[in-house]
Design a protein around this ligand. Structure first.
Ligand code: RP5
Length: 166
């Protein structure tokens, strides 16, 4: 793998069960042509893996970390505690509390350790990818052009008036 192919974004998640949500972040990064790597890293079940990943992420060449978790969602915050890289947290929709537990777990960080917290579920996963793309686009003009085109395509897809769909 040469330097140009090295993933700049890690998409980590607490469980295989988070993949159906976090896949949307990866799909969006694919649409924008951004190399990324999805990984399962559980704050509770694989804490040593979390420490190793987060402490080494910058040296690995990652520029941004997207972290999704549900329930008692400590993964984004603990990752942010171990790395200076920007961390965007995606609250995965939980069965018991519909992701409100995940949201509050991720968003209520103490001052000094930031996690950029997105919406619950798929919208948050997609927007985490777009925010990560915006960060990388600050120093990548070609990506900035692709991001502009991606946004323009969504604008162009909005009809002037609604139609009956039944
Ligand atoms: C969290 O617990 C994961 O992020 C996941 O959202 C939730 C449930 O995990 P599983 O029991 O489905 O593996 O750590």
């Amino acid at each position: 793998m040469n330097a140009a192919e090295m993933p700049k974004i890690a998409v980590i998640m607490g469980s295989q069960s988070d993949w159906s949500t976090m896949k949307h972040a990866c799909d969006t990064l694919d649409e924008l042509g951004i190399a990324h790597r999805p990984l399962i890293v559980s704050a509770h079940r694989t804490p040593d893996r979390l420490v190793s990943f987060a402490k080494g992420a910058r040296a690995e060449g990652y520029k941004v970390i997207i972290a999704g978790a549900g329930g008692a969602a400590h993964l984004p915050g603990m990752t942010a505690a171990f790395t200076p890289l920007p961390v965007f947290g995606v609250p995965v929709e939980s069965k018991a509390l519909s992701g409100q537990d995940s949201l509050l777990s991720i968003v209520q960080m103490p001052a000094g350790i930031p996690v950029g917290t997105l919406a619950i579920g798929k919208p948050g996963a997609v927007n985490a990818a777009l925010l990560a793309a915006s960060v990388l686009a600050l120093s990548d003009a070609a990506l900035a052009d692709r991001l502009d085109a991606w946004r323009q395509a969504r604008t162009d897809a909005v009809a002037d008036a609604p139609v009956n769909q039944e």
